[in-house]
Design a protein around this ligand. Structure first.
Ligand SMILES: [Zn+2]
Length: 68
């Protein structure tokens, strides 16, 4: 077996706002402007946060069973 790492493709970290290669001093963004844009989104409350939670669709109205 060769020492090949999975996902060894070294992609340049990109600015999550505009997708440009990010700048070290503004990381993880590319500029102060993008940093402000991202912050504004958060404060605005309309930032799409990917909720990764194993949630069964349908019966989330049911109360939790008593597991004390
Ligand atoms: Zn940017």
């Amino acid at each position: 077996m060769s020492s090949k790492q999975p996902g060894a493709t070294r992609a340049v970290p990109r600015c999550p706002v505009c997708g440009r290669p990010r700048e070290e001093r503004f990381r993880p963004f590319c500029s102060a402007r993008c940093r402000d844009v991202d912050l504004a989104r958060w404060l605005d409350g309309r930032y799409a946060i990917p909720v990764v939670e194993s949630e069964p669709d349908g019966d989330d109205m049911l109360p939790e069973p008593d597991e004390r």
